[in-house]
Design a protein around this ligand. Sequence first.
Ligand SMILES: [Zn+2]
Length: 62
Amino acid sequence: MKKMTCPDCDKEFTADTPENMMDAMHPHYMSDHKEIIEGATPENKKEWMGKFNEEWEKAESV
Ligand SMILES: [Zn+2]
């Protein structure tokens, strides 16, 4: 399991794979960062994914 902080606030999540981490963050984005999802261009999404993958690599194992 790895621990990650939401790239857009301080909420923490734990998951065993990047896919599960994204599944865990998705409902949180829908409720707390809806405007980010709704306003995202394909370019924004690519950027977010790049940031996410970087953070995942750096995330500490728990
Ligand atoms: Zn957040």
